[in-house]
Ligand binder design. Structure first.
Ligand code: SF4
Ligand code: SF4
Length: 120
């Protein structure tokens, strides 16, 4: 139904990736850090979340999760990723459906849909 290996990682560019306390603990363990150190390094307080994932610049989507490899287009902490990333997208992925349809229509298997519609 969807193939994340053929996608530039749209869901990792969501403005808010909310973590739970357990997610921060998992990251701390993964990087051999204390909870407070991991919290400060990897998250920030957001109006909607106590632990919001920090983000960084990305040439395709503008900004993206700090743990996303922007060259390889993949997660660098797959085993330690937060719960929300583990459960997403659940069933079908709307972005991948759109991407697949555009790639078929344009006969271009490399087509990428950016959020600002700029050519890459
Ligand atoms: S947007 Fe969909 S296809 Fe792309 S990485 Fe996320 S879940 Fe996978
Ligand atoms: S932790 Fe990994 S899967 Fe989750 S948003 Fe960041 S790069 Fe994507």
């Amino acid at each position: 139904m969807y193939n994340c290996n053929k996608c530039p990682g749209y869901c990792c560019s969501y403005p808010l990736i909310a973590l739970t306390k357990r997610d921060v603990e998992r990251l701390a363990k993964h990087f051999d850090l204390g909870f407070e150190e991991a919290r400060k390094k990897f998250t920030k307080v957001d109006a909607w979340a106590k632990y919001a994932m920090r983000r960084k610049k990305d040439k395709i989507f503008g900004r993206i999760c700090r743990f996303f490899d922007t060259d390889e287009r993949r997660c660098t902490i797959y085993e330690a990723r937060p719960a929300t990333c583990r459960s997403y997208p659940g069933g079908r992925c709307g972005y991948y459906d759109f991407l697949s349809a555009e790639r078929n229509i344009q006969n271009d298997p490399t087509f990428i849909a950016t959020t600002d519609n700029k050519a890459l």
